[in-house]
Design a protein around this ligand. Sequence first.
Ligand code: 5GP
Length: 177
Amino acid sequence: MVSGPGGVGKGTVCAELVDRYADDFWLSRSWTTRERRPGEAEDAYVFVDRATFEQAIADGGFLEYAEFLDNYYGTPIPMAPAGQDLILEIDVQGARQVVETNADALLIFLVAPSAEEQEARLRRRGDPPDKVAQRLAKAAEEANAGAELGAHVIVNVDINETVEQMESYIRAARLSR
Ligand code: 5GP
């Protein structure tokens, strides 16, 4: 599981990890009720309305789901091919749910090099100013929750270094199983 506050680069890092080690990792695609951001890839999420999401909850269709800043986000029951590790890019509430049923799930928590850099990244990707403020305000709370869950923390300065560190944490976890 990869968590971290908005604007920290989780999406980019996860995409790179899966791209680089395509035989080893499988990236889950989440569902959300949030609107697609301008310029955001159509397949970044399965974008659905609240009624569709709530029906999927009722049908038991999610491994975990959470409400984050007034929208639902959830991981559909994953279908990773045998032998591949499942990568979930989820918030800390979701990570807590997954740990309850999968005690050996590994949590990596990404942090930005500085609050200024995080804010700049949120603005660059086109978040409206009120959303930027909300996401920044949540960052400390999320970091505390990550620490409680025993997350491995990586400061995301350079994407290559971050991906290498993630890969080594994951390999180490595999060996210890
Ligand atoms: P964003 O709106 O920035 O794409 O995502 C907001 C938050 O929801 C981020 O912390 C992101 O990691 C998290 N998130 C994305 N997909 C899921 C999911 O399937 N489940 C949970 N619990 N959180 C998710």
